[in-house]
Write a protein that binds this ligand. Structure first.
Ligand code: ATP
Ligand code: LTN
Length: 327
C-alpha cells in the first residue's frame, strides 16, 4: 500500500477547511503516518499555552477520526530526526525556490521583519514527507506548491547522491480543497484569521454554525449558481454542501433553481451541523482525557522514530558522514 503522510499545525482551533481539505481524507490504514507538526507552529510569534492546548486539540480530532487505531499518530517535536533531515534539505534547496513560495510571499507581505523559520519552513515540511518514503500527501490546495518543492528537492538529492528518496505526490479532494472564508470569500478559511465569524470550527455548537452561515457574505444578484469568480460567496456555500453530502455541484444548482439565498444558507447550515455532530461529540469526549491522548502520542512517536532511523542512516552515509558509534 502506498505510504501516506500528512501534517496539521497546532496553531489554533480546527475549522471545516482543515477537515474537508485534509483530515477527512486521512485514511486509517496500517503504515500511514499523521503528524501534529508543532515545530511548524512557531514560525510566527506564538503563545506557549496555546501551542500546548492546540497540540492536544489536533490530537483529539485525529483520535476522534480513529487514525490511531491502524496508523501512526505522533507529534513532530518528539522525533528529532525531522530537524536533522531538514538541515540536509536546507543545504539542498535554494533561496530562489523559497522566495517563490506563494504562502511565504503572502505571509511576509508588508512586514518589516520575518523569521528565518517562516522562510525556511517548506524545507522542514519536505523533511517530514521524505523521512518516511511517503508516496501520497493528502493536503488542501494551499499546500500543493510545497509538495511540488519537496519533489524537486528529492529529485535533486537523488541525482547528486544516488536514489534515496521517494518522490511524493499531493492528493486533494474533489470538493473542499480550498474552503473560503465566510466573511472574505476571496480568501481561504484560515485558523489564524482573528475574525471568529470567518470560519466554522469543528467544535462550534449547532446554533453557532447556523449564526455564522446566516451572516456569511454573499454576492450581488439572486441567482444560485457556481461561479467562483463572479459569485465567490455563493460558490463557497455550494462547495461546502457538496463536500459534506457528496452531491455534485451541478445537482445542487438544479435543486436551488428559483430558491433564495436564505433558503440556501438554511440548508447548508443543517448539512454542516449534522455533518460535524458525530466528530464534535467524539472530540469532546476525548479531550476530557488528556492523559490518554498523551499515551497514544508517545506510542506513535516511538514507532515513527523507528521508521525514520534507517532513512537518516542511509542519508548520512550517502552524504559521506562518518558512521556513528553505537551508544
Ligand atoms: P493557518 O491559516 O493558520 O496557516 P491553516 O488553517 O491553513 O492554518 P494548517 O494546519 O496549516 O491550517 O493546515 C492543515 C491542513 O488543512 C493542510 O492540509 C491545509 O492544506 C488544509 N487547509 C487549511 N485551510 C484550508 C481551507 N481553507 N480549505 C481546505 N483545506 C485547508
Ligand atoms: N505546511 C503544512 C503542514 C505540514 C504538512 C507537512 C502537511 C507540515 N508538514 C507534511 C503535509 C505533509 C500546512 O501549513 N498546512
Amino acid at each position: 500500500m502506498a505510504r501516506v503522510f500528512s501534517g496539521v499545525q497546532p496553531t489554533g482551533a480546527l475549522h471545516i477547511g482543515n477537515y474537508l481539505g485534509a483530515l477527512r481524507q486521512f485514511e486509517a490504514a496500517p503504515g500511514h503516518l499523521y503528524c501534529i507538526v508543532d515545530w511548524h507552529a512557531i514560525t510566527e510569534p506564538h503563545d506557549p499555552a496555546q501551542l500546548h492546548r492546540g497540540t492536544l486539540h489536533v490530537a483529539s480530532a485525529m483520535i476522534a477520526l480513529g487514525l490511531h487505531e491502524e496508523s501512526v499518530l505522533f507529534v513532530q517535536s518528539h522525533v528529532p530526526a525531522h530537524v536533522e533531515l531538514m538541515w540536509y534539505m536546507t543545504c539542498t534547496g535554494t533561496m530562489g525556490e523559497l522566495q517563490r513560495m506563494t504562502q511565504y510571499k503572502a505571509k511576509a507581505k508588508g512586514r518589516r521583519s520575518v523569521s528565518v523559520g517562516l522562510f525556511a519552513y517548506p524545507l522542514l515540511m519536505a523533511a517530514d514527507i521524505l523521512l518516511y518514503r511517503t508516496e501520497k500527501v493528502p493536503v488542501g490546495e494551499d499546500q500543493r506548491q510545497h509538495v511540488e518543492l519537496t519533489r524537486d528537492l528529492a529529485e535533486r538529492f537523488n541525482s547528486r547522491f544516488g536514489e534515496t528518496f521517494v518522490l511524493p505526490e499531493a492528493v486533494m479532494p474533489p470538493a473542499g480543497a480550498r474552503v473560503r472564508s465566510l466573511t472574505k470569500p476571496l480568501e481561504k478559511m484560515s485558523k489564524s484569521d482573528p475574525d471568529p465569524d470567518s470560519k466554522i470550527l469543528l467544535l462550534d455548537s449547532p446554533d453557532e454554525i447556523r449564526r455564522k452561515i446566516k451572516k456569511a457574505v454573499t454576492d450581488t444578484g439572486r441567482e444560485i449558481r457556481y461561479d467562483p469568480q463572479e459569485k465567490p460567496g455563493i460558490s463557497n456555500l455550494l462547495e461546502i454542501q457538496s463536500a459534506f453530502t457528496g452531491e455534485p455541484i451541478s445537482k445542487l444548482e438544479e435543486m436551488y433553481a428559483g430558491k433564495t439565498y436564505r433558503e440556501l444558507k438554511e440548508q447548508v447550515a443543517e448539512v454542516v451541523v449534522e455533518g460535524l455532530r458525530p466528530l464534535r461529540e467524539k472530540m469532546e469526549a476525548i479531550a476530557a482525557h488528556p492523559g490518554e491522548i498523551e499515551g497514544i502520542l508517545k506510542e506513535g512517536a516511538e514507532k515513527a522514530a523507528a521508521l525514520a532511523e534507517p532513512m537518516l542512516k542511509e542519508v548520512r552515509q550517502k552524504l559521506g558522514f562518518l558512521e556513528r558509534l553505537p551508544s
